[in-house]
Design a binder for this molecule. Structure first.
Ligand code: ADP
Ligand code: F6P
Length: 480
């Protein structure tokens, strides 16, 4: 059967379009009205930016303010940015509400209770329609459209209705929860139908993909076939319109290039930090999923026990994130209180034991800190992947350093040579911190061998491997 032609006013000129809640840059407007742009936070932007640059594609997304969005423009690296305006109401109900106070905690295993409000759901539906319309207006006939993440799960279904000529992929950057958790969602059927508008659906891990398959089979009663596999869409689901939708696990990664073989003057960076004997580093968005408070508790208890070398510094860089949402405010207050308490108890005048910075940093500065750190502490309660862990490993091709990593980060599947810990068990964080610092001091050959294995894994499975595997699966789906 021939695919019907889309109405002319709904067609653009771009053959490859990515649609994500955020553009790769955030707009700020000064009181004088001057517009400036800064990099947007988060792993999605880190991973997708090099992919879009390679394809010289079009990126549809929100510029991070509730001002009227500017006209589309091309970046220096050739990506066409197509801004979508979110009103103050959209921001409150769609972004802070349904996306980040309903879906985010539900999909991260209820670390805080999700809130279900019909008004937020209405806003989610309307904003997804807005994104779908904008995407339809820029996509050429027969284009490939790649929809990203939990904020836009209805976009594939809406797009398929208005533009049946498109090939549509969907990738979820956060975990997909166990079926019993997902079943809580009052709008679960609509979300499943929305995502099934795609030709291929990708998750980070096989377990995420299996959770989804279980939901469509047992909650939505759809037929499923095939097996979930890694870097291939081996499983399939028959949507209610009869189409087969392919599903697979595609673990996301980084472009390691900016992190490899950097000539960082580590001695200088450590001198700036007061020449600590051991430097432990944390780098995260300030999010309750990241377990920042728990790692502070581990550090505090180790100081109590005298289990850390004197002159150990814990440096925590925390990017401001979702700052008006209650649980984010509470997390920030708890973290900052703990930092003050620990420094008050164990620091000396002019020599804190925790150096905490609530800020975003440029990539080159992160490279310096990653390179200088003896131990990277990554302790999320739940994380889709965690690219910070991969960035640290990419900086340590010489085998130096050690990674303490939560077993609940998606990255733990590929980075099994890390010092894996259970962030719900402070003893486990302490134990692995101790093992890692001890290995660096007493068994450097084995510590080096572990880090080299991790490094090879990250370099061999970079973001191009991720994007190519997904886009090949999408291409293959056109011929099925
Ligand atoms: P998430 O997507 O949940 O924020 P990831 O670890 O997957 O978590 O990705 C975070 C990305 O944001 C990484 O590329 C990291 O370099 C970047 N990042 C995190 N914290 C900071 C910071 N303080 N300043 C600049 N970039 C940061
Ligand atoms: O990777 C998860 C993610 O939520 C992305 O979707 C998002 O871009 C990033 O983290 C940062 O969150 P936000 O866009 O809410 O600041």
């Amino acid at each position: 059967m021939e695919t019907p032609k889309p109405p002319a006013q709904l067609v653009g000129t771009n053959d490859f379009v990515v649609v994500a809640n955020r553009l790769p840059v955030d707009q700020s407007v000064s009181p004088e009205g001057a517009i400036t742009w800064s990099p947007s936070p988060g792993g999605l932007v880190t991973a997708l930016s090099p992919v879009l640059e390679k394809h010289r594609g079009c990126w549809v997304g929100w510029p991070g303010t509730t001002e009227q969005a500017p006209e589309p423009f091309r970046t220096d690296s050739g990506v066409l940015l197509h801004p979508v305006t979110l009103t103050a109401e959209d921001f409150e109900n769609f972004y802070e509400g349904f996306s980040n106070a309903t879906l985010w905690p539900l999909y991260h295993d209820l670390i805080v209770p999700p809130q279900y409000h019909r008004q937020w759901w209405e806003a989610y539906r309307e904003v997804n329609e807005k994104f779908a319309r904008e995407t339809a207006s820029v996509a050429a006939e027969g284009a490939t459209v790649w929809v990203q993440d939990y904020q836009l799960q209805l976009v594939p279904g809406i797009l398929r209705q208005i533009r049946p000529d498109l090939t549509i992929g969907f990738f979820l950057h956060i975990p997909f929860p166990a079926p019993d958790l997902f079943r809580q969602l009052p709008w679960r059927e609509e979300i499943v139908r929305g995502v099934l508008g795609s030709d291929v659906i990708g998750f980070h891990l096989e377990s995420n993909a299996r959770n989804f398959i279980h939901v469509v089979e047992h909650v939505s009663g759809l037929e499923v076939a095939g097996q979930v596999g890694v870097r291939q869409a081996g499983a399939k689901v028959q949507a209610s319109d009869g189409r087969w939708v392919h599903v697979g696990a595609f673990p996301i990664s980084i472009d390691p290039t900016p992190f490899l073989n950097q000539q960082v003057d580590v001695a200088k960076i450590r001198a700036e930090l007061g020449n600590p004997r051991v430097l432990i580093l944390g780098v995260d968005r300030l999010d309750y999923t990241k377990g920042i408070l728990q790692r502070l508790h581990a550090i505090e208890e180790m100081h109590e026990l005298g289990a850390l070398e004197p002159d150990t510094l814990f440096l925590q860089i925390a990017t401001p994130s979702r700052e008006r949402i209650d649980h984010y405010q509470a997390t920030r207050a708890e973290v900052e209180q703990a930092v003050g308490r620990i420094n008050g108890r164990f620091g000396q005048i002019g020599r804190p034991v925790v150096s905490y910075h609530h800020t975003s940093l440029p990539k080159w500065r992160l490279v310096e800190l990653y390179s200088a750190a003896d131990v990277m502490l990554v302790t999320p309660f739940k994380d889709g992947m965690n690219l910070v862990a991969k960035e640290y490993v990419a900086c340590h091709g010489d085998g130096s350093g050690a990674l303490v990593l939560s077993e609940f980060a998606g990255a733990a599947e590929e980075l099994a040579q890390a010092y894996l810990c259970n962030p719900f068990d402070v003893e486990s964080i302490k134990r692995q911190l101790q093992h890692s610092t001890k290995a660096l001091a007493q068994d450097p050959d084995s510590a080096r061998a572990r880090m080299r294995q991790l490094h090879t894994q990250v370099v061999d499975h970079d973001v191009n491997v991720w994007a190519n595997a997904f886009l090949h699966a999408l291409k293959d789906s056109e011929n099925m």
